[in-house]
Design a protein around this ligand. Structure first.
Ligand SMILES: Cc1cc2nc3c(=O)[nH]c(=O)nc-3n(C[C@H](O)[C@H](O)[C@H](O)COP(=O)(O)OP(=O)(O)OC[C@H]3O[C@@H](n4cnc5c(N)ncnc54)[C@H](O)[C@@H]3O)c2cc1C
Length: 451
């Protein structure tokens, strides 16, 4: 049997978590031996040896160009070989694998769809394949890229000055400078356009004051795009705040159950001065923020596709390896029903996200379509990871088998970049021409009596 063969050397998280080691990464090297040697996990391989990709039964591969397939293939190979063996350990410790950033840079995903300034000018689908394949192995690393590429880099590329683009983008494309993107505030999440962080014009620059919450990569980012309200015009503007700026403080959000490697931060801006050159000239109102979100939402719609693909692949292998009642789990009818439902979901999710990307490339995508796709892929994604979690029994709650990690990570995808609710309300507005974001005025206490 394949699974009994001795496997080649890989990186393997240590049992002594966080123990010091030669390369200072907190990850110990040791040979991965035959699966049977792991007492706790008989009859099944962990994600250290990543399962083969088997979810493309409808051959959506044929929908990709050679270039897009190339991005997909090299990202998949890299993630399976270099990230899968170590990432569960980082996830458990809620740490980001900083030492891997130079290796991640070699993937050529930095800069994604932007052209010029050292960026690769990928097609929307090419960039989506990068996001998806990264998420197939790890949701956190996918979000690291998403925040950097589809929020920070994109904002500077679309709305920054020539000087800002020339200075920052080539280094951001190489991941020598890492970006973060600060829109959400403690009191303004779904209602982000009501943000209250202020930007006051002073001699030679701007003074920023306020709080941001949930900002991915922010504890270590070199460049943070901060969205703030101009006290003169009352409109939303955007400013580049550099690491170490006086008046900037970041604090890591602790105890997350989802995307644990992502370093989400609370940001404190206390009389933080930035020069005039830090203001992005292309941002004059929240409408400009939406130009970025319209594109990043496409990428977020792909992330659950990647997570779900990985979970399906893991389950497809697991049910062959794990035996109960004298047969592999895959022989049982109930297991097959779950697998079949998962596979249908994964493929339908791919198709909707693919169509959304193509519509964008053709200039035909609407905000409503993007929101519907993001809401729907996260909804179906939740079903896939929940079914996968069930299929793995007890191992479904152990991060080493990928599924538990993906199960938790899907929750953040369901919530960020517009919650499921907010996105279906955007879609609903398109369907009915009636916006339902605002609560109706409270009824008078005696209204019922009068009626
Ligand atoms: C892991 C993670 C990473 C993130 N990264 C970033 C980042 O890098 N940068 C950034 O700026 N932000 C980031 N965010 C913030 C994210 O976009 C917000 O969390 C999200 O928009 C929801 O806001 P909230 O958490 O304040 O929830 P709330 O807005 O308080 O919503 C709470 C609940 O109420 C529901 N709700 C709200 N309004 C309505 C309505 N009108 N009708 C019906 N239901 C409603 C919501 O759907 C939700 O279920 C991140 C969040 C997470 C969890």
């Amino acid at each position: 049997m394949d699974r009994l063969r001795v496997l080649s050397a890989h990186l393997e998280p240590t049992a002594a978590r966080g123990a010091a080691n030669e390369d200072g990464t907190g990850v110990q090297r040791r040979d991965v031996r035959a699966v049977e040697e792991y007492e706790g996990f008989p009859q099944a391989q962990t994600m250290v040896i990543f399962p083969p990709a088997v979810s493309d039964v409808f051959r959506f591969d044929d929908l990709l160009s050679a270039e897009e397939r190339g991005i997909r293939n090299r990202t998949r190979a890299f993630m399976e070989k270099e990230i899968a063996p170590v990432i569960a350990d980082f996830w458990e410790r809620a740490e980001f694998p900083h030492h891997l950033i130079p290796r991640l840079a070699t993937l050529g995903l930095g800069g994604a769809t932007l052209t010029g300034y050292g960026c690769p000018g990928q097609s929307m689908l090419g960039a989506a394949m990068g996001v998806t394949e990264v998420a197939r192995v790890d949701g956190s690393i996918s979000t690291f890229f998403l925040v950097h590429n589809s929020l920070a880099v994109l904002t500077i590329g679309l709305l920054g000055s020539e000087e800002q683009k020339r200075e920052l983008l080539p280094h951001m494309a190489q991941l020598q400078l890492i970006g973060a993107w600060g829109l959400t505030e403690p009191s303004n999440g779904s209602d982000a356009s009501a943000l209250t962080t202020t930007a006051r014009k002073v001699d030679g620059g701007w003074v920023l004051n306020g709080r941001k919450r949930w900002i991915g990569n922010a504890t270590f980012a070199d460049v943070i795009c901060i969205w703030a309200r101009n006290t003169d015009t009352k409109q939303v503007n955007c400013f580049i705040v550099r690491k170490g700026a006086k008046g900037l403080r970041t604090e890591k959000i602790q105890n997350k159950i989802s995307l644990r490697c992502v370093q989400n931060a609370d940001i404190y801006l206390d009389n933080c001065f930035v020069a005039d050159s830090a203001r992005l000239p292309g941002v004059n109102s929240f409408k400009d923020t939406n130009k970025v979100l319209a594109i990043s939402r496409i990428m977020v719609a792909w992330q659950p596709v990647g997570l779900a693909m990985g979970v399906y692949d893991m389950c497809a292998r697991y049910v062959r390896e794990r035996r109960q009642f004298g047969a592999p789990l895959g022989a049982f009818q109930l297991v097959q029903e779950r697998l079949s439902r998962m596979l249908g979901d994964v493929q339908a999710m791919f198709l909707m996200a693919w169509r959304l990307s193509v519509l964008h490339e053709q200039g035909k995508m609407t905000h409503e379509a993007a929101s519907m796709a993001k809401a729907w892929t996260t909804l179906r994604g939740r079903e896939v990871v929940a079914l996968g979690r069930e299929l793995l029994g007890g191992n479904g709650i152990v991060a080493d088998f990928l599924v538990a990690k993906a199960f938790c990570d899907m929750e953040a995808y369901y919530t960020y970049e517009g919650t499921y609710d907010v996105n279906v309300l955007v879609a609903g507005r398109g369907i009915t021409s009636s916006a339902a974001f605002r609560a109706p005025p409270p009824r008078q206490a005696n209204a019922q009596v009068q009626a």
